[in-house]
Write a protein that binds this ligand. Sequence first.
Ligand SMILES: C[S@@+](CC[C@H](N)C(=O)[O-])C[C@H]1O[C@@H](n2cnc3c(N)ncnc32)[C@H](O)[C@@H]1O
Length: 331
Amino acid sequence: MNAPVPPAEALRRSLAELLDGLPPRQAATAVERLIANYRGDTPTHTPILRDRADVIAYAAYRMPATFEAVHTALEALAAAVPDWTPRSHTDVGGGTGAATWAVTATWPGERGVTVLDWAEPALALGREIAAANPALTGARWRRARIGADLSLDDTDLVTVSYVLNELSERDRAALVDAAAAAAPAVVIVEAGTPAGYARVIEARDRLVRAGLHIAAPCPHSAACPIEAGKDWCHFSARVTRSSLHRQVKGGSLPYEDEKFSYVVATRLPARPAPSRIVRRPQIRKGQVLLDLCEADERLARTTVTKRHGDLYKAARDADWGDAWPPPAPPA
Ligand SMILES: C[S@@+](CC[C@H](N)C(=O)[O-])C[C@H]1O[C@@H](n2cnc3c(N)ncnc32)[C@H](O)[C@@H]1O
């Protein structure tokens, strides 16, 4: 029997097949229009994804990156709550369902999955792509508008990825409150920009006020030590570039780095990282410099040298976004 295809690969293949069905210039033109749209003032009144070509372009261009970013956030949740597996998942503003794929990559197997979005073409394409993932064949794709009256059915996990950006302040608050009321675990991902980080912090504060605690990336649930306007907390995920990326963006690199900000909040007993590496580690001769967000609510730089033995080896392997020190391997 053939080994099952990992979700990231199954998603890539499925998107490549869809693109094959479009005239080459059409997808690139749709992506260029979408990029212009997202750069400008994102409309909050009408769906941006209007038809199938828009949605294929969006999916092919953005889903692999969204998948990697959400997957990173979910792995941080799984590390903080290791004995837990969500039995149900609701993806709000889920579009073509990238986050549902990421959930199946973190916790394989079937569960009750619901994707809510107001854009019917996105839901339809999401359902079509999900046919390539056995864990998603039972997913429900429902049309729903995020607004002040939003209420969500109880579920184990709510994901909200790259959605807050498209909502008014009032609707962002309604969504975060509804997620906090519906689920013991909420994962929010936004672009890794100062504005994306600001929306994540706004949501983080609201989730803490609703009684959840922070499982990742922060080592604590107190206020973020970053001074607003001076810096922003974000991470990076490596994404294999598709031929569509090369067509739209040019360049020859086989990958690009998706920058994202995120927060994972939960009511479950969680063990957040002792501290988190918040910049790319700087490797010097005989030493590694790590910028950490620490459990005592401070940002601090630590230097790990050869004299630290195994810890030095771990520091050389450490990556931006990792917990520090790394968790001990299972006995
Ligand atoms: C940038 S896309 C992200 C889609 C998906 N979560 C992902 O990460 O790939 C934003 C999604 O939010 C949906 N959306 C925006 N405003 C909405 C609203 N008021 N009600 C429901 N869905 C909304 C859009 O239709 C779109 O699918």
